[in-house]
Design a protein around this ligand. Structure first.
Ligand SMILES: Nc1ncnc2c1ncn2[C@@H]1O[C@H](COP(=O)(O)OP(=O)(O)OP(=O)(O)O)[C@@H](O)[C@H]1O
Ligand SMILES: [Mg+2]
Length: 251
């Protein structure tokens, strides 16, 4: 079983949002998925309770209530609370992939710096069996601070694996027990494209799967060469256009 852990002591950076999306995605792929909520707030478990019955199956684990992290699963997604990592040391022993969402704001960047130093001091950055990826979350294109944020990530040599824009679609989808992967792909095409590199990094992305490629809206673009993928520039342009249109969807 693969263990994917969402971690960042900074509250509200997107751990639950990304954990729920990964769980839906893996489940849609036909994998047996558990979502382990380590947070007393139980946001992931609350979301699962509101999830419509027809949606792909995800097994809840109340890790916050010491429910054992066991079962016959292909992948277990761990949604950690916004607590200091010294309280979460046990996670490191099982974690295969550590995902760290960071928001482009001065407060979040300072917290991320502290987290990075702590991870280094605790030896997590050098663990051979643990892959670490950073996701820039709630990104607002063309804001002045974004350049500062980008250069911070670069200077710290953080392994950035993707960026997710700031959009109400996440809030509306989660409110209905859904994720963007449950919505009609043409309504969320630009956002699904942003998930593509993240899924590839997790190893959950299967470019051979036609249904999946359709879900990402890449039927006409799929090519083996890397430069055929949607570029960041194109993505940003599309995102900006969409924001300007300020579309409202009624789901
Ligand atoms: N890309 C995004 N665009 C818009 N809203 C987002 C995005 N990502 C997360 N949010 C919203 O930001 C808020 C905080 O996100 P989330 O609950 O996922 O963070 P968290 O790291 O799990 O927080 P906590 O540390 O409190 O558990 C939520 O209301 C969520 O819907
Ligand atoms: Mg959370």
């Amino acid at each position: 079983m693969k263990h994917i852990v969402l971690l960042n002591p900074k509250g509200g950076c997107g751990k639950t949002t990304i954990a729920t999306h990964l769980a839906v995605y893996a489940s849609t792929m036909g994998l047996r998925v558990a979502l382990a909520d380590h947070d007393k707030q139980q946001s992931s478990l609350d979301w699962l309770k509101t999830r419509p019955k027809y949606c792909a199956d995800i097994v809840p684990i109340a890790a916050c209530d010491d429910e054992p992290l066991e079962g016959n699963f292909d992948v277990m997604i761990h949604d950690l609370p916004g607590l200091s990592i010294s309280n979460q040391a046990s996670v490191a022993s099982t974690c295969d992939q550590l995902l760290i969402p960071i928001m482009p704001s001065p407060i979040d960047v300072k917290a991320a710096l502290r987290l990075w130093v702590n991870l280094s001091n605790m030896g997590w950055l050098d663990k051979p069996n643990m892959k670490i990826g950073v996701i820039a979350n709630r990104v607002k294109a063309n804001t002045k601070y974004l350049a500062t944020f980008d250069s911070f990530i670069e200077r710290m040599n953080m392994p950035r694996i993707g960026s997710l824009r700031d959009t109400q679609k996440y809030i509306r989808a989660l409110d209905a027990g859904l994720s963007l992967f449950d919505l009609p792909p043409n309504r969320v095409a630009a956002d699904l494209a942003q998930w593509q590199p993240i899924m590839e990094w997790t190893g959950l992305f299967d470019m051979e799967d036609e249904e999946l490629v359709g879900m990402f809206g890449l039927e006409d673009e799929i090519q083996p060469a890397e430069d055929q993928f949607v570029s960041l520039e194109e993505m940003n342009q599309e995102t900006q256009m969409e924001e300007e249109k300020n579309e409202e969807y009624d789901y």
